[in-house]
Design a binder for this molecule. Sequence first.
Ligand code: KIV
Length: 303
Amino acid sequence: MTTRPRQPAPGTPAPGKLALTELAELKARRQPIAMITAYDAPSGRLADAAGADVILVGDSAAMTVLGHDSTVPATMDEMIVLTRAVNRGARRPLVVADMPFGSFQVSDEAALENAIRFVKESGADAVKVEGAGPTLSRVRALVGAGVPTMGHIGLTPQSATMLGGFKAQGRTAEKARRLYEDALALAAAGAFALVLEAVPAPVAARITEALSIPTIGIGAGAACDGQVLVWHDLLGLYDGSSPRFVKQYADLATVIGSAVSRYVEDVRARSFPEERHTYSMPEEELALFEAALEDHREVRERR
Ligand code: KIV
């Protein structure tokens, strides 16, 4: 078990934490940035140990861990609990909290209040907001107040209904041009990085070339400065259909299912627990305990 250093002063990066500025330097050196989602302390710890640069506590949690059909129901309180847990597990990676639907759409003020909650209550290093248009003013407000902010365009799950479902974006020249302009506007507003989700690879490549901030692709091709995948998709833990851009690196649902079935069988067969899983006590203490029970029984029988 490792011990954690004392909590640093607010706004001070914890010792060993990747500097936010390092992301742009990785882009400049053409070193790919590895980002992954996580939702609890063990996944935060494992992502850190595996060398991830950025951990996104995505509002995908609504689907992957809270069992909803979309990301929309995620609340600030839920996201704060999850982000705080991830932060307890992860030390080096930057921990980015995803601002859930309703936490930033209403006004710059509400966005700032919620972003500050993430920083103060969960120790998030940065936040992420979906969209462009009205989101640009939110990014300016958050960055102006000192909260590092990541943008997210293309397929933005919080507005999937408006986009006509979970499908690729920017597949016509006009839509691609709009995405390109949104990307430039988000960078000009102060975003430190940009997620490009389900965007044709040549469009993502042009956006990546045009920006000095890194692009992080998910279904946006290999030219992006980094990639992100959802923890449950990568590990085969999500009980639903995954988009074509997912690469599944393990089938943990099968591993977990078989382990739990063997446990249930062992319990039913009384083959668990074994001697080595149980505690003993000194013989003489056991004899005294049995004698006390005997006295107890006699007293009850006399009543
Ligand atoms: O919520 C999430 O996990 C995300 C990623 C897909 C980028 O926004």
